[in-house]
Design a protein around this ligand. Structure first.
Ligand code: FEO
Ligand code: CA
Ligand code: CA
Length: 683
């Protein structure tokens, strides 16, 4: 064969499996550690469930975000509550686990469809016509695979607001008729037109929504702030220490300061001043090369940045964009890839404001970018690099958030990026990724801070950061507490087990709780503790650890996104990928007690239709509304669905959720959850 597709060569079942498989390619030199007696003692089931760290530091700094924030704090930022956060027990009747063609929510709640892929989001937008799609129409319609959801209130009651939604990626086999999986056939069926539609379906949407007197939420298509952002049409500025660097310069942009678009926007965050952070995750998958070895792997021998490309597992060739757009072909435009993998800031209230890629926050597979404030009012952004054996990061701004300031430019351009080392004894050290400090020097390949940031993974390797089991969402609570979601890592071998990643072949993941020193998110030290180890607690070999009252419904595998509600309580969504049959359960949303005697107790609240993962849990500030994003319904692992047992296509999907119209394929959608009769979710 003259041109192999990597995914095809490795016999991958669908795109999710490709994501999982490519995480398997070792890119770090993983340190080997021994699980000693100390760790055994520290992480015994009894001690974990008791919660060794206690709650004494909690609440010490609560409310500062609200005090300092110049504008209403977004729903995904720190909640402002009177009592100690997370201490109010969840009050709802647990949902039964299962897996079928539709969604389910706990008894006493409503879960309504609010926005679907293709829904018009402006008054001029055409109605969705799935058989006659165009990029022009898609750019006025809600995009594909909704992931992060932020809510920015537009009135004091927060009954009107802007939904800020990421559209992570596309599934051509259920988007377009008569196409099937294209990554298996070297994208032979992907025309330039289809690829432009794919590109238009990526990125993000700003959509005004409003709750009426009866408690129903609806989209306001006439909202003047409604807009789409995409990798096809949106100019984006580049800021910070790497802006303008020769490694960011291209034929189309000799300045190195402006790039078209953002892609693979996974989770994200909202800043205290009301802007939206979109994290660019698996950017490497969008880049192409025509030069392949006979085994199908990229031939990088002609690339001057071969080392950096390998470290980022690029080019992935997950999409055929590079066949029609030279900038996505590294043979033709080698620097374009350096312009992706960043955190992008968008001002949702100004539809004319150009988004900005902030290089100071580093370049890696950003899962999310959740914000809080330090005790002295510095912006702190927590971030995971979602790939096996990658790292946990945080960014601390040099300046403080000041009331009334817009804040964004200085705060996200000038600061310190840290990477985490989780010590065996439960201490956590934040190591600064600062040029000139330690090994980050020209002799070691880092000529400037721009190099440290463009090659963040290499810099973090040099500092000896702790390779983790795929860091997904990282959620700070404002009181110095942080939850780190580690989704799974089936490639960790026994000799690679360490205290913070305690299971070899970790198929179900775990959640770590961090307490920053003095309850201060700017601290350079802290302590960490495992909150739960996921998986079926009834199977001893799994090694799961939950509160013993966690039911058959409540345990889960592969946590991914998370959020706090208005009470500061933790909610976790799952993404098991194509291998959900390891649990037999649909992905869903779980409420997890973190304080007191119930610490580690998990309860199922919502579950997805088959083949979908759950993203974007986002509560309104009053705690009465929950927005959920059901991503790629009907696609993941449908060969494991009894009675279906085959891969989904446009013509033959495992579910047609949410329309259940025989002419419509499944559509990724936003679901809005409220309590029947009104009131706070989970009491
Ligand atoms: Fe896009 Fe790591 O989930
Ligand atoms: Ca995710
Ligand atoms: Ca989150």
């Amino acid at each position: 064969m003259d041109r192999h597709n990597l995914i095809h060569d490795r016999n991958v079942g669908n795109r999710s499996e490709a994501f999982e498989l490519y995480d398997d390619i070792p890119a770090t030199s993983v340190k080997s550690r021994t699980l000693g007696d100390l760790i055994e003692a520290r992480y015994s089931r009894r001690d974990t469930l008791r919660g060794l760290l206690g709650v004494s530091a909690m609440g010490a700094f609560f409310g500062s975000t609200a005090t300092l924030a110049p504008e209403p704090v977004s729903a995904s930022a720190t909640p402002d509550i009177a009592h100690q956060p997370g201490t109010k027990p969840f009050a709802f009747t647990e949902l039964e686990w299962g897996n079928d063609q539709t969604h389910h929510v706990a008894p006493g709640y409503r879960a309504e469809i609010l926005l679907r892929w293709g829904d018009p989001i402006t008054d001029q937008a055409p109605e969705f016509d799935v058989m006659n799609q165009s990029a022009h129409a898609q750019l006025q319609q809600f995009g594909y695979n909704n992931d992060f959801v932020g809510f920015l209130p537009l009135n004091p009651e927060a009954t009107r607001g802007l939904l800020c939604v990421n559209h992570e990626y596309t599934n051509e086999e259920v988007m377009f008729p008569r196409l099937g999986r294209q990554d298996k056939v070297d994208f032979a069926g992907m025309t330039a037109t289809l690829i432009e539609i794919e590109m238009a379906a990526h990125g993000g949407s700003v959509v005004e929504v409003e709750r009426d007197q009866t408690g129903n939420w609806a989209v306001n298509r006439e909202g003047r702030m409604n807009r789409r952002i995409s990798p096809l049409h949106s100019p984006i500025a580049i800021s910070g220490p790497a802006a303008g660097h020769p490694r960011l310069q291209t034929h189309a942009d000799p300045s190195g300061r402006s790039v078209i678009g953002t892609l693979n926007n996974c989770a994200g965050g909202m800043t205290p001043w009301g802007t939206w952070l979109m994290a660019e995750e698996n950017f490497h998958g969008y880049f192409w090369t025509d030069r392949l070895h006979p085994d199908g792997k990229p031939d990088l021998s002609h690339q001057s940045e071969a080392k950096q490309l390998r470290r980022y597992r690029a080019p992935g060739r997950w999409y055929g964009w590079g066949k029609f757009h030279d900038r996505f072909n590294i043979d033709k435009e080698p620097n374009e890839i350096n312009r992706f993998g960043w955190v992008v800031e968008v001002d949702p209230k100004d539809p004319n404001a150009e988004p900005v890629k902030h290089t100071a926050l580093g370049r890696f597979s950003h899962e999310g970018a959740e914000c809080t404030l330090s005790k002295e009012g510095h912006l702190v952004v927590y971030m995971g690099d979602d790939a096996r054996f990658e790292y946990l990061y945080k960014y601390v701004s040099a300046a403080r958030v000041t009331p009334g300031s817009k804040g964004s430019t200085a705060l996200l351009q000038d600061g310190t990026l840290f990477v985490a080392r989780l010590e065996e004894d439960g201490h956590l050290n934040w190591l600064p990724l600062t040029h000139g400090l330690g090994p980050l020097t020209a002799e070691n390949g880092f000529a400037s801070q721009a190099d440290v940031l463009i090659d963040t993974r290499l810099a973090a390797d040099a500092l000896g950061a702790t390779p983790m089991d795929r860091p997904e969402d990282v959620q700070p609570r404002g009181d110095g507490t942080v939850y780190v979601i580690l989704t799974n890592n089936s490639r960790r071998k026994a000799h690679q087990v360490d205290a913070a990643n305690p299971r070899a072949k970790s198929r179900f993941g775990h959640i770590i709780e961090v307490k920053e020193d003095q309850g201060d998110h700017a601290a350079q030290q802290g302590r960490w503790e495992i909150l739960i180890k996921c998986g079926d607690p009834s199977i001893a070999e799994v090694g799961a650890e939950w509160h013993p009252e966690t039911s058959e419904n409540g345990w889960f595998g592969s946590p991914d996104n998370c959020a706090f509600d208005a009470e500061g309580r933790l909610w976790v969504a799952t993404d098991q990928g194509s291998r959900w049959n390891k649990t037999g359960k649909s992905d869903g949303l779980y409420a997890i007690e973190t304080e007191g005697v119930k610490r580690g107790l998990s309860k199922l609240f919502f579950r997805c239709p088959v083949g979908g993962e759950l993203c974007g849990p986002c509560f309104t500030p009053d705690g009465e509304t929950l927005f959920l994003a059901v991503q790629h319904p009907g696609t993941d692992g449908t060969k494991s669905l009894k009675g279906f047992a085959r891969a989904s296509t446009f013509e033959d999907p495992a579910t047609r959720w949410p329309d259940f119209d025989p002419k419509m394929p499944p559509r990724p959608s936003i679901v809005v959850v409220t309590r029947e009769g009104g009131g706070k979710i989970a009491g």
